[in-house]
Design a protein around this ligand. Structure first.
Ligand SMILES: [Zn+2]
Length: 70
C-alpha cells in the first residue's frame, strides 16, 4: 500500500469538498481519507462501508491530481 503524500484531490462535485461513496452513498470530507494506489489504480476506502472507490488522476503533467469519476 502506498499513500500519495502531497497529491492534490479535486472532487468533481461543483467545488464541494466531499467524496461520495459509490457503494453506500456516504459523503466524506476529502481531507478525512487517504488516497491509496495499488495495481488497479488510485482509490480511497470508504470509512462507512470499507468499499473501494476508484479515483482518476486528471493531471495533465507530472503532478498527481485525483478526482472522483462521475
Ligand atoms: Zn461506503
Amino acid at each position: 500500500m502506498v499513500y500519495l503524500d502531497g497529491a492534490m484531490m479535486i472532487p468533481l462535485l461543483r467545488g464541494i469538498a466531499m467524496w461520495k461513496c459509490m457503494h453506500c452513498g456516504l459523503e466524506v470530507m476529502f481531507q478525512a481519507v487517504e488516497p491509496e494506489v495499488d495495481n488497479d489504480g488510485c482509490h480511497f476506502i470508504c470509512p462507512g462501508c470499507e468499499g473501494r472507490n476508484p479515483l482518476a488522476n486528471v493531471s495533465g503533467n507530472d503532478s498527481i491530481v485525483l478526482a472522483q469519476p462521475d
